[in-house]
Design a protein around this ligand. Structure first.
Ligand code: FES
Ligand SMILES: [Fe+2]
Length: 390
């Protein structure tokens, strides 16, 4: 038995949320989007990270991130969620160089800004790390090395799997009425699949007695090849509750057996990347990335906007199509539709759990298999605050 670490207030109170904004979302590397969204010059994504507007844009072939605020009056430089448009403010036309320095001001004379004033004008830039196709941004002026946040195995997997991604993606956002941590705990909680996803995900999986996922065979996988450090990865609750808990240890990679059955679109794809398996990466603080057979992939992100509210971001794409096969938007739509059904099965319950936590005196007990959830709580308390968790 494990005693939960976090009191309900961590999921419901503004004071904890404010601390998280500073100590988690203001310090850690956050997923901003995928490289598939930023393929062409001037393509961009805008995001809002706990109230901070961020612009991520392909400028001169390099992916850069800035506060999405013009140096003149603070107008967002890009208004849409994503698109392709030069780095020019829509309000009064100030333009910027690729590195964020001011480039030009239309009707310059009316501003009466001398050369040295203009030379000092630049956008606030944020650090960017591109791991395979995963674009991470850090809002801190002195960001931690990304290798401190993510293990070598996780970084290796993200890099190696990205090679197999098709360039076309389906992307959507919606909201959830629960705390972001409930979603991270939920993706670590593999035991919920056979109850919550009884008719969707669970029938595809293989279980040993006691409800444990069966391990996937490493053969035929292009990622989890025998001899690789990734080969032995499986879903489990075998994390040691060390003291202190290390940040790297609260992101997990899991993999389990999922007998391969070709689907109608399988012949359109290159060989499945990981047939016979289902894998998922739970990437702290707020991303879940996984794949069914390495034929299609999903990325889910639960970005907090309030203690009891998230903005859910959902990306879906397939493995690369065979060279003579054109893009298949209807296929992506179909996969995304099925994916949303699974997400909604979780959302209904997490909404209900959030409402229950609002008046809960404490959180119940946990089993040994939930050590990875408890580890998140331990790290959270040790990192955020010295206040007692009681
Ligand atoms: S606010 Fe951007 S040019 Fe005026
Ligand atoms: Fe789920």
């Amino acid at each position: 038995m494990i005693h939960p670490v976090l009191p309900p207030a961590c999921y419901t109170e503004q004071s904890w949320f404010d601390l998280e904004k500073k100590k988690i979302f203001g310090e850690l590397w956050l997923l901003a989007g995928l490289k598939q969204q930023l393929q062409t010059e001037h393509s961009f994504i805008t995001r809002n990270f706990s109230g901070v507007p961020v612009l991520i844009q392909n400028l001169g072939g390099e992916i850069r991130a800035f506060r999405n605020a013009c140096a003149h009056r603070g107008m967002p430089l890009q208004i849409e969620d994503c698109g392709n448009r030069k780095l020019i403010c829509p309000y009064h036309g100030w333009s910027y160089h690729n590195d964020g320095r001011l480039r030009g001001i239309p009707n310059e004379k009316i501003y009466n800004l001398c050369q040295s004033d203009q030379a000092n004008i630049k956008l606030l830039a944020y650090a960017v790390e591109v791991i395979g196709n995963f674009v991470f941004v850090n809002l801190n002026t002195h960001p931690i090395p990304i290798t401190e946040q993510f293990s070598t195995d996780l970084l290796r997997l993200l890099k190696e799997v990205s090679v197999h991604f098709a360039p076309e993606i389906s992307y959507t956002t919606f909201t959830g009425n629960y705390n972001w941590k409930l979603n991270f705990e939920n993706v670590l909680d593999w035991n919920h699949a056979q109850f919550v996803h009884r008719q969707t995900l669970a029938p595809l999986l293989k279980f040993e007695s006691g409800g444990i996922f069966s391990a996937a065979a490493p053969d035929k996988s292009l990622l989890f090849v025998p001899g690789s450090p990734l080969a032995d990865i499986r879903f489990s609750g075998d994390i040691q509750l060390s003291n202190p808990i290390h940040l790297q240890d609260i992101s997990r990679i899991g993999r389990s057996s999922m007998p391969y059955a070709p689907r109608w679109f399988s012949p359109l794809l290159n060989a499945p990347v990981d047939p016979g398996a289902f894998f998922a990466c739970n990437i702290f603080p707020n991303v879940n990335f996984g794949s069914i057979h390495g034929e299609h992939f999903y990325v889910q992100q639960f970005s907090p906007t309030a203690p009891d509210r998230i903005e859910y971001h959902s990306w879906v794409f397939t493995a690369r199509l065979k060279p003579n096969i054109p893009p298949q938007p209807h296929l992506l739509w179909g996969i995304h539709h099925a994916e949303k059904r699974v997400i909604d099965e979780d959302r209904v319950l997490l909404d209900a759990l959030q409402r229950a936590l609002a008046s809960a005196p404490h959180i119940g007990v946990m089993g040994d298999h939930e050590a990875s959830l408890a580890a998140v709580g331990h790290w959270y308390i040790q990192h955020l605050d010295t206040r007692s968790a009681q």
